[in-house]
Structure formats: structure tokens, C-alpha cells
Design a binder for this molecule. Structure first.
Ligand code: URA
Length: 323
């Protein structure tokens, strides 16, 4: 196929994926466009055939380190949980797109658009947003950081607690560790809007007397806040959970064995498979390829569990580095 055709196809798919992450479920296509789409794509004798199933379009071919490149800033649409609750959802955009509408994208979703679930989620968000159970955190926070993503997601990531960036923006994992998490998600062939991301704590742990810095949540803070996370998980009902780092493992499983021992070994959270892995902040501190590779292997196991197709390129990330 000619390069322009492939580029247009990539652009159209990206556009449709963005629409989907905003909650759009249908796009209008005229009969004439459909007729044209049934024609075979033009042939290009000079270019190599390209198999889109061989990996996420966003990665350059041959990049063996899928989460070592900068991440594009997230759009507002990626930030809104259950995007379909937003204005314009369900409306068909004008038919300006001459290319095929692909089958539903990526992980199959269940219960999409269940209004009771959306309402329960909104009510939970409302309760969390006014929580003052930890008075010291309620008074120091700028924002409650409830969670972000698709409330019908089959995959949910759980971290520790908001940092300064998350507190300022009211969204989990938007700082440096968040950028790395986004890259990991993208390397899996997904977008942030396909998964759900939340933390054990919804407020930033305060650091009185310090202008900056983070601290680990206390056991009391965790015990106070975790019921909200349990409710989120109960509503979302993901097929797989990923616990990012020791605090998430401890909060969800009550196990203090430590992430070094537990990572890579499937656990069960109230019947749901849970993969413990390193926190992205750990990968920022420890740049060793061996550690990135461990996280990637954990993500491959998650993809297998979710039956997400794994391309040879994804399978072989890191292999060529000798890490
Ligand atoms: N680290 C976390 O554990 N959660 C965030 O939201 C950001 C950084």
C-alpha cells in the first residue's frame, strides 16, 4: 500500500481511538463512503507490506525500549473518567472520514454505558470529593485525586498516593512517574483512556514544614481511605488489577512481603487476578534495563491474561538489549 494511504489509515484510526476514549460509540458513514471502502486499497509496488497487528502504531519500528521515549501530553478527554458521561457522547460526528471504522477497539468492554453504574460512580466521586476523614490531609490538599479512565475498563492500575503534580491537577499519575506509566500503557498497545488508574490514597500525603517532597501514607491514612478504592474496584469490576509498588500491594492484599519478592507473581484480590509490579517512580530512580525489563515482563503476563494480542516486536522488547 502507498505510504500516504497507510499514513491516512493510521491518522483515521488514531482519530477514531480518540473519539472512542471520549465515549463516542458510533460514527456516521454514508452509503457512498461504505461502497468506496469496499474497494481494495491501492497497491504500491515500492513499499513493504505493513502489518498493523504487529504493534502499536505510536511506536517507531525497531525501538527496543518501549517506555524510554517522551510521552505526548494527555488531552483533556483522556482525563475524564467514563468519557461517555461527557457532553457530545453518542452524537455522530460529521462524516468527513473516508476510511473504514474499525471493529470495537482493543479490550472488549462489558456493560458499557450502564447508566446505573455511571450514576453510582458519580455518587462515589461526589462523596470522595468532600471527604474530610483525614483532617490534616483535607486541609493541606489542593484537590482530591479520585481516579481517571474508563469505568468499564478491564484493566486497572493502582498506585500509592498523589504527589504534588497530581494534587495540583486532580488527576493520578500526571507527573514524571505518570508519564512513564502512560508510556508503559501505550507500549501495551493501549491508551490511558482504555484503562482505569487510581491510588490507595485520594489525598496527597502532607509534608508539614517542608516546601516539597513526598512521604509514604501512614497505616491509619491507608485504612481510612481504602474503602473508597474497594468501592471503585467493585463498580469497575476489572478483569485484571496491577498494583504499582509496595504500598499498593500492601493496601490491596494486606501483604507486606515487599514488591521485590512479590512482583511478577499473580495474586488474587477478592477473586480478581492481581499482578504486583514495580512503581514507575522506582524505574525513574533505578534506570537499569533489567528493572524495566521485569516490569515489561509483568505487563506481557497481564496482556496474556487479558488475551490482548502480543506482537513479536512487543514480545522481544528488551530481548535484543541483553538486559
Ligand atoms: N505516584 C503514585 O503512586 N500515584 C500517583 O498518582 C502519582 C505518583
Amino acid at each position: 500500500m502507498p505510504a500516504t494511504y497507510t499514513e491516512l489509515l493510521d491518522a483515521a484510526i488514531s482519530h477514531l481511538e480518540a473519539l472512542k476514549s471520549q465515549g463516542t460509540k458510533h460514527v456516521a458513514v454514508s452509503t457512498e463512503t461504505l461502497r468506496q471502502l469496499l474497494q481494495p486499497p491501492p497497491k504500491d509496488p515500492h513499499s513493504n507490506p505493513r502489518n498493523r497487528a504487529n504493534g502499536p502504531a505510536s511506536q517507531s519500528v525497531g525501538d527496543p525500549f518501549p517506555f524510554s521515549q517522551p510521552v505526548a501530553p494527555q488531552s483533556r478527554s483522556e482525563r475524564d473518567e467514563g468519557g461517555r458521561e461527557r457532553a457530545g457522547v453518542g452524537a455522530s460526528p460529521p462524516n468527513t472520514n473516508p476510511l473504514p471504522v474499525p471493529e470495537p477497539i482493543r479490550i472488549p468492554q462489558s456493560e458499557i454505558g450502564n447508566p446505573e453504574k455511571s450514576a453510582a460512580f458519580a455518587a462515589l466521586r461526589e462523596r470522595v470529593s468532600v471527604c474530610v476523614k483525614c483532617a490534616h490531609l483535607a486541609s493541606s490538599r489542593k484537590n482530591v485525586v479520585f481516579g481517571v479512565g474508563n469505568i468499564d475498563a478491564q484493566l486497572m492500575f493502582v498506585g500509592e498516593a498523589p504527589g504534588a503534580d497530581e494534587d495540583a491537577q486532580g488527576e493520578p499519575f500526571v507527573g514524571r512517574a505518570g508519564e512513564l506509566l502512560t508510556k508503559i500503557i501505550q507500549a501495551m498497545g493501549l491508551q490511558r483512556g482504555d484503562v482505569y488508574i487510581a491510588n490507595i490514597l485520594k489525598c496527597r500525603p502532607d509534608t508539614p514544614g517542608q516546601a516539597s517532597g513526598n512521604r509514604k501514607p501512614t497505616p491509619d491514612e491507608m485504612a481510612t481511605c481504602i474503602p473508597f478504592l474497594h468501592e471503585q474496584i467493585d463498580l469497575i469490576r476489572p478483569r485484571v488489577l496491577v498494583a504499582l509498588g509496595g504500598t499498593a500491594i500492601e493496601g490491596l492484599l494486606g501483604k507486606t512481603a515487599g514488591v521485590m519478592k512479590m512482583r511478577g507473581q499473580w495474586q488474587t484480590y477478592r477473586g480478581t487476578p492481581l499482578m504486583p509490579t514495580f512503581h514507575p517512580a522506582y524505574l525513574l530512580r533505578n534506570q537499569a534495563m533489567t528493572e524495566k525489563r521485569k516490569v515489561w515482563e509483568d505487563m506481557l503476563a497481564v496482556m496474556e491474561k487479558l488475551e490482548i494480542p502480543i506482537s513479536p516486536k512487543q514480545r522481544n522488547y528488551f530481548r535484543s538489549s541483553g538486559a
